[in-house]
Ligand binder design. Structure first.
Ligand SMILES: Nc1nc2c(ncn2[C@@H]2O[C@H](COP(=O)(O)OP(=O)(O)OP(=O)(O)O)[C@@H](O)[C@H]2O)c(=O)[nH]1
Ligand SMILES: [Mg+2]
Length: 216
């Protein structure tokens, strides 16, 4: 399975759900894209899948208010989550979508990996840190992407990445930190490799569990 990558371009839209009760069966493996509003989650999904319009992007924070589910192949899904931390929306609306977000994170068994997207100019805000701590404590794999890295030249960019890596190392979990730009395609190949590995590792684990249940 060395360097085996999935074909992310084969992705298709499954559903937009206001909460987890409207999602399809909770089996297989989901990798979710999470982060503050406007961090670039939807853009990153589009860059990864090579489809400009798969997930809707916007200059206005709070664009993605539903849990959007995409399928790569049976039992392998990508999830575009609503962003958090954006103040300029009505309180009632904010409560609703933040509740569906935390419910998804806490209850969805098929969630095995999290891509945490943070604007490289504002990394590790409170909620990002909480999410990191929660994910590592719960055995969820995390890939942290410092998005919009095209805003910096390679030198300063590298310094920020290293600084964030040091801060993240304190959480002790399995967290990889990388620079990313949907605009320039930086980090896209790396994300497809990491996610492919997660999906394929999970296939092997599931296979081993099945073998334990049924040795035949
Ligand atoms: N310069 C630059 N801008 C980007 C990049 N990725 C996204 N953006 C811009 O950032 C804004 C937000 O992008 P989205 O992908 O919609 O962000 P999101 O995290 O899905 O936002 P919500 O759905 O509101 O939570 C848009 O104006 C994008 O064009 C990037 O790599 N470089
Ligand atoms: Mg979005």
């Amino acid at each position: 399975m060395e360097n085996q990558t999935l074909n992310f371009q084969k992705v298709h839209f499954v559903t937009s759900a206001p909460d987890i009760r409207h999602l399809p069966d909770d089996d297989g493996v989901e990798v979710a894209f999470a982060g503050r509003s406007n961090a670039g989650k939807s853009s990153a999904l589009n860059a990864l899948t090579g489809q400009r319009q798969l997930a809707r992007t916007s200059k206005t924070p709070g664009r993605t208010q539903l849990i959007n589910l995409f399928e790569l192949e049976p039992g392998k899904r990508l999830v575009d989550l609503p962003g958090y931390g954006y103040a300029q929306v009505p309180e009632e609306m904010k409560r609703k979508w933040q509740a569906s977000l935390s419910e998804y994170l806490q209850k969805r068994d098929s969630l095995k990996g999290l891509v945490l997207l943070m604007d490289i100019r504002h990394p590790l805000k409170d909620t990002d840190t909480q999410l990191l701590e929660w994910a590592t404590a719960n055995g969820i794999k995390v890939l942290a992407l410092l998005t919009k890295c095209d805003k910096f030249n390679p030198g300063p960019r590298k310094n920020i990445v290293q600084q964030v890596r040091r801060q993240v190392a304190e959480f002790g979990g399995e967290v990889q930190v990388e620079a990313f730009s949907s605009l320039k395609g930086i980090g896209v190949e790396l994300v497809s490799q990491v996610l492919s590995r997660w999906y394929l590792e999970q296939d092997i684990e599931t296979q081993q569990d099945d073998d334990l249940v049924d040795p035949a």
